[in-house]
Design a binder for this molecule. Structure first.
Ligand SMILES: [Cu+2]
Length: 470
């Protein structure tokens, strides 16, 4: 974090020097210095040194924005600006975000805090910030044209309100939304409870991230902003697998994971090896009697979920979106299904003309994870990632929950691969194979066809074209 030290040095002087009413313009005379972060690493939790104490969150491949206290008001400074985001090693995207990154920094406050947020616009067009899910005065809600004029390039606006209810929220522009969200403008917001809350349990680990999506042609850097549904990069906090950090916890930790969906489709988020409960949404904590156990929860567009579980099974557990094309990285979608087609002869003839030509998918698509196809610069293979047993063949919205006995409390470092106890890994059967036994009366129809078909119909299957929805 480049300038956090400078920020606090300046903050003390600016905050204490002026004696005036809490909301007067004189008190705001000195703007808090914006803090910029340019790395895509997961930063350790920001332990609050001023204001009310709370148990901080960890933002996956992200960070929490430092603040200063100014006469009892928590002051933040967001800068909307163009940023370069590494999506995974080998791929950088030219996005718009806040304070050096997309998504912007997480804002963490405590229920009852008076919050003042300065928003400086360094984009080429006007913007605004909507504080999704907050109770606030109407004029602070951030819808350009409806609640305020747009923040024009070079201008700074001030938002001020009390964080009235604890929970899981986000922020994003409400100005030229299709462009600004497609370019990566969004951030997470957590309001911690001010005291023990009957519906909010204490947890040892608290993670958060936003689901977002981009359409960036392989080899290019800037998202296509006119794309409505057919995005090709499915990201968590603007990162794709294998660029998404693992969630590292200690055995028997109570774990909370918060996520919000700012893509244009729903995502069934699935955790292996544990059952969780949805304990809250952007509407607040879920009543205990309305919670049930599940292993997948669907997050619709514009919704947020917080899930909780006790991490009581050691291992490396997959954690991902259950839409299989959301755990793949960018590639052309117009690939016909070739399973079972033997085109060795054709491939040989074509490769005489085009040396790099490869045949795809005659045995399924798993070969894609291994193949050394020449890729354009600035892109990541469609299916990739190396685990302890070989290729993981994933991309997009995929990560791993690592549960370890020896992970120290409060330590978020990435441990080595799980060492499985002897005899606890699936293994190859090398004995004899029995003949398959077939049922005598398989299948059937509810009713016969009026006119029986003359011969068996052969069906040709092709993948949907680029313009079909997701
Ligand atoms: Cu998904």
């Amino acid at each position: 974090m480049n300038s956090r030290r400078d920020f606090f040095k300046t903050a003390g002087i600016a905050g204490g020097a002026i004696a005036a009413a809490a909301v007067s313009r004189v008190a705001m005379a000195a703007l808090p210095e914006p803090v910029i972060q340019t790395q895509s690493d997961t930063m350790p939790p920001l332990i609050p040194s001023t204001g009310r104490p709370y148990n901080p969150v960890v933002t996956l491949n992200g960070w929490t924005l430092p603040w200063r206290m100014n006469q009892g008001v928590k002051e933040f400074h967001l800068v909307a600006e163009p940023v370069v985001r590494e999506m995974a090693p080998g791929m950088k995207a030219h996005l718009w975000g806040y304070n050096g990154q997309s998504p912007g920094p997480t804002i963490e406050v405590v229920e009852g805090d008076r919050v003042r947020i300065f928003v400086t616009n360094k984009l080429p067009e006007h913007t605004s910030v909507h504080w999704h899910g907050q109770r606030l005065p109407n004029g602070m809600d951030g819808v350009t044209g409806l609640n305020q004029p747009g923040i024009h390039p070079g201008k700074t606006f001030v938002y001020e309100f009390v964080a009235r209810r604890p929970g899981t929220f986000m922020y994003h522009p409400h100005a030229d939304e299709m462009t600004q969200m497609a370019m990566g403008m969004m951030g997470f917001w957590v309001t911690h409870p001010k005291e023990k809350h009957p519906l909010i349990d204490e947890v040892q680990r608290d993670f958060c991230f936003l689901l977002n999506a981009y359409d960036i042609d392989p080899g290019s850097y800037t998202p296509k902003i006119m794309t409505m549904l057919d995005f090709n990069l499915w990201t968590w906090n603007s990162r794709i697998f294998p660029g998404i950090d693992s969630l590292n916890v200690r055995l028997n930790d109570k774990v909370r994971i918060r996520f919000g969906n700012l893509t244009m489709t729903n995502h069934p988020i699935h955790l292996h090896g544990h059952e969780f409960q949805v304990t809250g949404t952007d509407g607040g904590p879920t009543p205990k009697g309305a919670r049930w156990h599940e292993v997948t929860t669907d997050v619709a567009v514009g919704q947020m979920r917080q899930i909780e579980f006790v991490a009581d099974e050691e291992g490396d557990w997959a954690f991902h979106c259950h839409k299989s094309h959301h755990t793949m990285n960018a590639m052309g979608h117009n690939v016909p299904t070739m399973i079972g087609v033997d085109h060795r002869g054709v491939a040989k003839k074509i490769s005489n003309l085009i040396p790099d030509y490869m045949v795809m998918g005659e045995r399924g698509m798993a070969d894609m994870g291994e193949m050394e196809m020449p890729l354009p610069d600035n892109t990541v293979p469609m299916m990739t990632g190396q685990g302890p047993f070989g290729g993981v063949e994933m991309g997009g919205m995929f990560s791993v929950l690592k549960v370890r006995k020896d992970q120290k409390p409060g330590n978020y470092e990435n441990p080595d691969w799980y060492k499985h106890p002897p005899g606890s890994v699936a293994f190859e059967w090398t004995g004899s194979m029995p003949e398959p036994a077939r049922f005598k009366a398989e299948s059937g129809e509810s009713m016969p066809l009026a006119t029986p078909p003359k011969k068996d119909i052969e069906v040709q299957i092709r993948k949907p074209s680029a313009h079909s929805g997701h």
